[in-house]
Design a protein around this ligand. Structure first.
Ligand code: UD1
Length: 341
């Protein structure tokens, strides 16, 4: 069984390829290397002993997508990660985001809807809930107006998939991620942010290693336990495993609807200061930060209800925040030592 993983050399994609190969699936990766590196293949081989097929291809090129599916006509299951994900950049260049995240999705679905049976797993985000009214957030929480073009592409993507699944042979699972962090425990693969990281954990580890002077904590006047924002940080390996479980559900025709939705988080909310203190614990040193103004667009609190994923998918997270932070820190130390970037 050959599975197409788009964006398979990226952060979550590469960890999912590892879990798929560990379960015996054959994988073909499409990646345009815009936010990843071909050297990630080496890490995947080091962990699994097996090299996935790789096609360097840009999914915005419709003709290339068509050619790919002619060549790999046995592919009818897709896990679709390839997308741009920087919120600020999406505000500055919305058409880049609509083209990259939406056009590529359409071209993939156009190919899949021709199949007699097809399976599609979509990387969505808890960003679709905006500031949810109730915690923890379950899948029935209302979708709020998107705060950025990036967030909008996730909402529109979900709608496109639902519309297409209704009238085609495609069965789909939409996975709404909370905050993925960490790296594979082997430190062979991990997150490789380009430039100054916008996300909390890579900024923390880069500060820990001395690349950045200090972390700006965006606001300590939120109505939370210590005034800083609350998020649900999930270990990327736990997240990757959920994709394999979701894929198996579709392959075994166990899905109850043409389109199913699952939140993927730990169910535990952690404040920014709690994440810092976890990092201090695993790195064994004090961490430099200062409190600054709130960041525009940040919600106060978001953590997942894990009930649906636990009971219906039969999937549970295994790693704690400390374990996830430790893996992120190990990875940061390794890439700097090896001068990876
Ligand atoms: C962000 C995006 C979200 C996207 C996700 C992808 C925003 C508003 N949201 O989520 O749509 O799906 O990334 O990974 O951009 N923080 C600091 N200092 C920093 C960086 C972050 O204090 O230098 C705080 C933030 O205020 C937030 C928490 O850390 O409370 C997590 O931030 P981040 O890692 O950027 O994730 P989200 O904002 O939750």
């Amino acid at each position: 069984m050959k599975i197409l993983v788009t964006g398979g050399l990226g952060f979550i994609g590469s960890h999912t390829v590892v879990e798929l190969q560990n379960k015996g699936f054959d994988v073909v990766i499409i990646d345009n290397l815009s936010n990843s590196s071909e050297s990630v293949l080496k890490g995947i081989v080091a962990i699994t002993g097996k090299e996935p097929q790789f096609e360097k291809l840009d999914l915005r090129e419709k003709a290339s997508v068509q050619t790919f599916f002619k060549k790999h006509n046995d592919v009818s299951s897709v896990i679709h990660f390839a997308a741009s994900k920087a919120v600020g950049e999406s505000v500055k260049n919305p058409l880049l985001y609509y083209e990259n995240n939406i056009a590529s999705l359409i071209y993939l679905l156009q190919e899949l809807q021709e199949k007699t049976e097809a399976h599609f797993i979509f990387s969505s985000s808890c960003t679709v809930y905006g500031q949810a009214d109730e915690m923890p957030i379950d899948e029935s929480a209302p979708i709020k107006p998107a705060m950025s073009p990036y967030g909008n592409t996730k909402q529109i993507g979900e709608e496109i998939i639902s519309d297409v699944a209704k009238m085609s042979s495609i069965n789909a699972i939409l996975l709404r991620y909370f905050n993925p962090i960490g790296s594979h425990p082997s430190a062979e693969i991990g997150e490789l942010p380009i430039g100054v990281p916008q996300n909390l954990v890579p900024f923390i580890t880069q500060t820990g290693i001395g690349l950045r002077k200090e972390l700006m904590v965006y606001g300590n006047d939120y109505p939370t336990v210590d005034g800083t924002c609350i998020r649900d940080y999930i270990h990327v390996v736990d997240l990757a495993k959920a994709h394999v479980v979701a894929l198996e559900r579709l392959l075994e025709n166990k899905n109850e609807d043409k389109v199913e939705i699952f939140n993927l988080g730990t169910g535990i909310g952690s404040s920014v200061l709690e994440v810092i203190s976890s990092f201090e614990k695993v790195s064994g040193k004090p961490f430099p930060y200062k409190i600054v103004d709130r960041r525009e667009g940040d919600v106060t609190m978001a953590y997942a209800s894990t009930d649906k994923a636990n009971t219906i998918l039969g999937w549970k997270t295994a790693s704690s925040l400390d374990q996830a932070m430790e893996s992120a820190w190990n990875w940061e130390q390794k890439i700097r030592k090896n001068n990876f970037q």
